[in-house]
Design a protein around this ligand. Structure first.
Ligand SMILES: [Zn+2]
Length: 679
């Protein structure tokens, strides 16, 4: 009985989690949950918040308390045994979720509660939790006829298989191509770190020399830095034709039929659920109100950024011609010449900047920012064990000394840790009587670890990443919502969830913040004025071109799902051409098969939702603009953001919360100004 995975009394005991216990522990929680749900439905007569929603939230909480530490360890201290156990649990968890979503008795119980007099007397957060639950039941097909329900399950299952297959083809195609270089002169232009990466890759394959692969760090290093134009062309061609009918492995891992089938099935799923198309289905859980609003949003932004994008491109072409003798700017020259132009124009090196951002200085400064904005204090604790000696643990308390949240901070890259940066929930806030369950977050980054006796030094880009993830963490930790399913980031619309994170990034660009977050690691002098000026100038380098590229992806994704016609199929490439004619300034060569590797929409959660990135940027910029008006450390404005957005979590609609804070609906002006796109 002594299973540490089921110790729900406090912080997870990471040191006691064993891969061989994981499957058992999950199966036990799921089967106990099933029994509890059965009893609840059999024994309860009149359902109330306390007899229905609270017990179900507790069951969801139990799963999270057991699963979250396992999933987290799988990501940050991966081992084969743990990965096997993790993968073995996934089908069990998804079967449980489907079962719950299609449980008609449970659905009727929620429906009865929503129609009872009690519902009218509930707090808004409780009503929102019930509304969300009803919506999710319907999106799981609970209200369909038995025949449609069966078909729905088939569709969802086939989609799961196909999206996994899409991802697998992409991975296989990525791994299938390599290029071994034995003459280092061909690597001219590549920074030492990229060369070391290529040397390691060759050694792993048992080869001498340098191995160029299609993994992103290798690909991007060549495209950005390699002076050898032919090498760039080769790598570009292999990369943009992965998993398609073109390029060096044409037809071998071809995603074409899979993409067609995915779009057809998504359309069918949407129609079964009563939507006109999958774009409508996607918006059912988002802040945007209808498909027209999304299309207009993207087109409006395109109209405003195209003139700047055209200027960006003309400048790049002129520079490439005058400084590199490239009369015709090819697709494989764009990143390379852009990087050269950036260096030429701003003479700014991330290496020189790093000396001003030692990690402890940045952390102290970042915590100081939230003390000034929200009156919160962050204190480190050294008596909490975790999964690795590098991991630190902090507590956030408010101005009354009340503990609001706790977080693990895992900053550095190491072997067996997944790349990238993210925030995840360890424990979610809820209240049961007098007892509040304190929220706990994982903040994970992959910064370069400290070398020798020097502290770890961050690039400005890494400082931005840290602020971004801390913003997500604050959304999770500072919530005051007592109902688990809408507290913190729970229940927040997908296209609004990046608001608190992108919002936090703004403080990294403020002159007033620099004395807080920067200080040379030798001597402590803050970032000098002239360096900061150049950093600011470089901030919006090519922002027109970058914006229209994002809009091209977003508009393509959205129209692909909106305009799908079962009679004619998806028309993927003709549509992409149409979108490019409307919003693009760069037109890739005809062999480019970018959609075949667009995993965000074919294998990830961004289908008919890629627009969310830009959408949330508008919210974040517009929210920050109130601080520009009132003072970037104006505490009254800070507390208003805390009370109307961060503390509210998913307890009310994102638009309502935004209006509460800003006093009006979001406007695009601040984003245009911050991105250098304002007319
Ligand atoms: Zn984010």
């Amino acid at each position: 009985m002594d299973n540490p995975l089921l110790d729900l009394s406090g912080l997870p005991r990471f040191d006691r989690i064993r891969a061989e216990h994981v499957v058992d522990a999950i199966e036990r929680v799921l089967s106990e949950n099933r029994i509890t749900i059965g009893q609840l439905l059999a024994e309860t007569r009149a359902f109330s918040w306390e007899t229905l929603v609270e017990p179900l939230e507790d069951l969801a909480d139990r799963i999270n308390r057991v699963w979250s530490p396992v999933a987290h360890l799988n990501a940050v201290v991966n081992s084969e045994a743990l990965r096997d156990a993790y993968l073995a649990c996934l089908p069990e968890l998804s079967a449980y979720a489907t079962e719950l979503g299609q449980n008609v008795s449970l659905y009727r119980a929620y429906l009865a509660l929503a129609e009872s007099p009690e519902y009218e007397r509930m707090q808004p957060a409780q009503r929102k939790a019930i509304d969300n639950a009803l919506r999710d039941f319907r999106l799981s097909g609970v209200a369909l006829s038995d025949e449609d329900k069966a078909r729905y399950r088939e569709v969802v299952q086939e989609l799961a298989t196909l999206t996994a297959k899409f991802q697998q083809n992409l991975l296989d195609a990525t791994d299938a191509w390599t290029h071994l270089i034995d003459d280092e002169r061909r690597l001219a232009g590549l920074p030492p770190a990229a060369r070391a990466l290529a040397r390691d890759a060759a050694a792993r394959h048992g080869d001498q020399g340098w191995l160029i692969t299609l993994e992103f760090p290798s690909y991007t290093a060549v495209m950005t830095h390699a002076d050898d134009r032919e090498l760039r062309r080769e790598v570009y061609t292999a990369y943009v034709t992965r998993a398609s009918d073109e390029g060096p492995h044409a037809g071998k891992y071809d995603n074409t039929p899979i993409m067609e089938r995915i779009l057809a099935l998504r359309h069918e799923e949407a129609r079964l659920l009563g939507f006109a198309n999958y774009a409508e289905r996607s918006l059912a859980t988002k802040m945007a109100s209808d498909t027209r609003q999304v299309i207009e949003f993207l087109r409006d932004l395109a109209r405003r950024s195209l003139p700047v994008a055209r200027t960006d491109l003309a400048e790049l072409q002129a520079y490439a011609r005058d400084h590199h003798g490239l009369g015709e700017l090819e697709a494989w020259d764009v990143a390379y010449c852009s990087e050269k132009l950036r260096e030429y124009r701003y003479a700014i090196s991330q290496e020189a900047l790093k000396a001003y951002f030692p990690v402890d200085r940045v952390l102290t400064g970042m915590f100081g920012v939230i003390t000034r904005l929200y009156g919160m204090q962050v204190v480190e604790r050294n008596d909490i064990s975790s999964w690795h000696p590098q991991v630190r643990f902090f507590e956030v308390s408010d101005s009354n000394g009340v503990l609001r949240g706790q977080f693990y901070l895992d900053l550095y890259a190491r072997a067996n840790k997944r790349g990238g940066a993210w925030m995840d929930e360890c424990i979610v806030r809820k209240r049961r009587g007098q007892r509040v369950q304190t929220p706990v977050a994982y903040l994970t980054c992959n910064f370069t670890p400290p070398v020798g006796g020097d502290p770890a030094l961050l690039t400005h880009q890494e400082v931005l990443t840290l602020f971004h993830e801390f913003g997500h963490g604050l959304h999770h930790m500072l919530t005051q919502v007592d109902q688990l399913s809408v507290s913190g980031i729970q229940g927040v619309a997908w296209d609004a969830v990046e608001l608190p994170s992108q919002f936090m990034e703004n403080w990294c660009w403020q002159r007033e913040t620099l004395p807080l977050i920067s200080g040379h690691y030798q001597g402590g002098v803050p970032l000098p004025e002239d360096l900061f000026e150049r950093l600011l100038e470089a901030r919006n380098f090519q922002s027109g071109m970058q914006t229209v590229r994002q809009l091209e992806f977003a508009l393509f994704d959205f129209r692909l799902h909106l305009e799908y016609d079962p009679g004619v199929g998806a028309h993927i490439y003709p549509l992409l051409e149409e979108v490019r004619r409307e919003v693009a300034v760069l037109h890739p060569p005809s062999f480019n098969r970018f959609p075949h590797s667009f995993a965000h929409i074919f294998a990830g959660g961004y289908a008919a939702g890629y627009y969310s990135y830009k959408w949330a940027e508008v919210l974040a910029s517009d929210a920050f603009s109130l601080f520009e008006e009132k003072g970037i450390f104006d505490m009254e404005t800070g507390l208003k953001f805390l009370n109307t957005v961060l503390e509210q979590g998913g307890s009310r609609d994102a638009m309502e919360l935004f209006i509460d804070f800003r006093g009006r609906e979001p406007q695009i002006d601040a984003l245009l100004r911050h991105s250098g796109l304002a007319a």
